[in-house]
Design a protein around this ligand. Structure first.
Ligand code: MG
Length: 390
């Protein structure tokens, strides 16, 4: 990249989470290209304060209001503006100084600010896949009236993006979405109801936050990524096939109508797709990170996913086919179920049951607007909570 360009001001939403911290690593790696302009955290006040002191953003927002005084007092005298609440986040991402918004918050909470960033024509590095799962149809519509661009941060979608460069959409046969298979890939199905949150948090390859690690163990994460790919690339769900690849070196593949398959490979390190997304559209950012060797690629295996053992894959395809608010309900029920599983309140196999039962009970809206998603999310959460209490 040219060094003469103006630095890009980055808003990091979810800066204290796994993707947020790794985004700050990349900002730190290229200080001549990027600066952190806004940092947003939900409730990790101490880490947010430490990040603010290191990166000197214009502004920090602590979403949870109970930590506002604490953060404001800690940053008193630094000149860094401190705010709180979700309205402040939606407002802050729209200011002219912000060039790029990295959406790395967890779950449904990413929706409002992503919509605000699209309205303000921002470059968006999309790490919050739930935004597209919940409201892909709405986001798709909003993007048509905006000059905003979504660059995927998810490693699989970064792979699709690279494989599709220079290709015509009509030449695509299908997308092959790779999955590590999670920590329970080889565990017999009958033992799944005995696994604990601690077992599920031991992901074989990727270091990620707790919520996505559980989603990876149930393979809900791969169902979400199928829906994410559908909206990012305009591919029908039946043309997206999930393939288990335990080494996580092949980040995904595209099969074309002439029989060719393109794959993108890399080490399983989220810094790689973040670095790629932040470099777009100008080009790749040279790095002295660890590079792949022949040994890393010497033992690559692929297998079909077990839909019987991981039934949430079926749930996700069904929700994608139904459309409307169905994926929103699925996501909301999953957020509640995963939070309960992390607190050891339910069994691992209850996650699927709670999601299916919530989807049966929730109101369906065929062509939802923003308010319908808000209502659907709230209703589904209440249903899922009641199923857990029962
Ligand atoms: Mg992924």
């Amino acid at each position: 990249m040219e060094m003469t360009k103006e630095r890009r001001n980055i808003a990091v939403l979810g800066s204290t989470g796994s993707i947020g911290r790794q985004t700050l690593d990349i900002i730190d790696e290229y200080p001549q290209l990027f600066s952190a302009w806004l940092l947003v955290a939900r409730s990790s006040a101490d880490l947010l304060i430490a990040q603010a002191r290191q990166f000197r953003p214009h502004m920090v927002i602590i979403a949870d209001e109970q930590y506002y005084d604490y953060v404001r007092d800690a940053l008193d005298g630094t000149g860094i503006e401190v705010a709180t609440g979700s309205a402040a986040i939606a407002q802050a991402v729209t200011v002219p100084e912000v060039d790029t918004v990295v959406t790395a918050m967890v779950g449904y909470s990413g929706l409002e600010s992503t919509i605000a960033a699209i309205g303000a024509n921002k470059r968006i590095a999309l790490a919050n896949k739930e935004t597209l799962v919940v409201a892909g149809e709405l986001i798709d519509r909003l993007l048509k009236d905006s000059s905003s661009v979504l660059y995927p941060v998810d490693s699989e979608h970064g792979a699709f993006y690279q494989c599709l460069m220079g290709e015509r959409m009509v030449d695509i046969e299908k997308l092959w979405l790779t999955a590590s298979g999670g920590p329970f890939r080889t565990l017999p199905k009958e033992q799944l109801d005995k696994v604990t949150a601690a077992d599920a948090l031991k992901h074989p390859n990727w270091s990620m936050g707790a919520k996505i690690t559980i989603d990876s163990a149930t393979m809900m994460n791969k169902g979400f990524e199928m829906i994410e790919a559908r909206w990012l690339f305009g591919i029908e769900p039946q043309d997206i096939e999930i393939v288990v690849h335990p080494q996580s070196i092949i980040h995904s593949m595209v099969a074309f109508k002439d029989g060719s398959v393109k794959a993108q490979l890399g080490l399983p390190d989220m810094h790689l797709p973040i670095r790629y997304a932040l470099g777009l559209p100008d080009g790749r950012l040279a790095s002295d990170c660890r590079k792949m060797t022949i040994e890393d690629m010497a033992q690559l295996t692929l297998e079909r996913p077990d839909f019987d053992k991981f039934p949430l894959l079926n749930t996700a395809y069904a929700a994608a086919r139904t459309g409307g608010t169905a994926p929103c309900v699925m996501n909301a029920a999953n957020e509640i179920a995963v939070a309960s599983f992390l607190q050891d309140k339910i069994h691992f196999t209850d996650i699927h049951r709670i999601i299916e039962q919530t989807m049966q009970q929730a109101t369906h809206v065929e062509h939802p607007g923003y308010e319908d998603y808000v209502a659907s999310n709230a209703e589904a959460r209440a249903i899922a909570e009641s199923l857990i209490r029962y």
